[in-house]
Design a protein around this ligand. Structure first.
Ligand SMILES: NC(=O)c1ccc[n+]([C@@H]2O[C@H](COP(=O)([O-])OP(=O)(O)OC[C@H]3O[C@@H](n4cnc5c(N)ncnc54)[C@H](OP(=O)(O)O)[C@@H]3O)[C@@H](O)[C@H]2O)c1
Length: 256
């Protein structure tokens, strides 16, 4: 088992490490000391070891996860010395491998990954670029790894890590819309989330049909499903979702 170090112990480190441990990952995990509260919690409850500084994390790890905010990551890495046999895993959104190379040189292996907070529930579909045997297996402990061989795919796919957060807002709107005297809120919420999970499971298990084709096959003439779907289409309900994705795509391109 390799030793995994985290530089930047914030929300992402917290949910990823919880997910790794809950998924059965029992390798050593080392933490940078900044943000003592979270580091102490991870040390006590999730068998991690807080190091005295960032360089100690690098020196004692085989794989180093850089998990600071984007604005901090290059400056933080510039102060550190890596060995050529190590692998840097960047979970930082919007920072390309070429930008890391500018600070770290050409020798270090660098892999990008985008775990989302469902990692804590062992359900993060983690995008990985480029494919790397250990990194792929690592993120499978807290969900599944989706590896791509092109950084443009990774950048474009990263937009969906934000779409992930919008789903919660949609769940909330649908729960609010259906709860009331005729349906308790907790039952509405369970049904909303269960239906979303069921739809996703079916679409993943039916690769011969697109999700749109599945929708059309359920919402046939005369059904209540079609009544609602037709209204959503007439009202342009899907257009703002396309626009929001485009906005993020433009923002990422400007960061390049
Ligand atoms: N959260 C998500 O849902 C999510 C999803 C996908 C990807 N990401 C990526 O994950 C990264 C971390 O996000 P986050 O949400 O975990 O952010 P966060 O909660 O703000 O955590 C970042 C942590 O890094 C620490 N830090 C800053 N500079 C440091 C340094 N030089 N040495 C050690 N630690 C340092 C910060 O400490 P201070 O607070 O003291 O500055 C903070 O504790 C980001 O780059 C983001 O793009 C996040």
């Amino acid at each position: 088992m390799k030793t995994l170090g985290f530089i930047g112990v914030g929300e992402l480190a917290l949910y990823t490490i919880k997910g790794l441990r809950r998924g059965g990952y029992d390798g050593a995990i080392l933490l940078s000391p900044r943000n003592r509260e979270k580091a102490a919690l991870l040390q006590q409850q999730f068998d991690c070891r807080v190091q005295r500084d960032n360089q100690a994390v690098v020196a004692n790890s085989d794989f180093v996860v850089i998990s600071t905010r984007p604005a901090d990551c290059l400056e933080t890495l510039a102060e550190l010395r890596f060995r050529p046999d190590q692998v840097l895993i960047s979970v930082v959104a919007g920072v390309d491998i070429a930008q890391f190379r500018g600070v770290l040189g050409e020798n270090l292996k660098i892999v990008r990954a985008m775990p989302v907070s469902s990692a804590a529930a062992a359900a993060s579909p983690t995008l990985v670029y480029p494919d790397h045997d250990y990194v792929r297996k690592l993120f499978a402990y807290c969900g599944n790894s989706i590896c791509v061989d092109n950084e443009d795919y990774f950048n474009q796919g990263s937009i969906l890590a934000c779409v992930y957060s919008w789903f919660f807002a949609l769940f909330e709107a649908l729960t609010q819309a259906t709860q009331g005297p005729r349906l308790p809120a907790d039952v509405a919420a369970e049904l909303v989330m269960g239906m979303a999970k069921g739809a996703a499971e079916l679409a993943l298990a039916s690769r011969d049909r697109s999700p749109g084709q599945i929708a059309e096959s359920i919402a046939t003439d005369g059904t209540f499903s079609k009544l609602g779907l037709d209204l959503l289409k007439t009202e342009g309900a899907f257009e703002p979702w396309r626009k929001a994705c485009k906005l993020l795509e433009q923002q990422l391109a400007e960061n390049d």
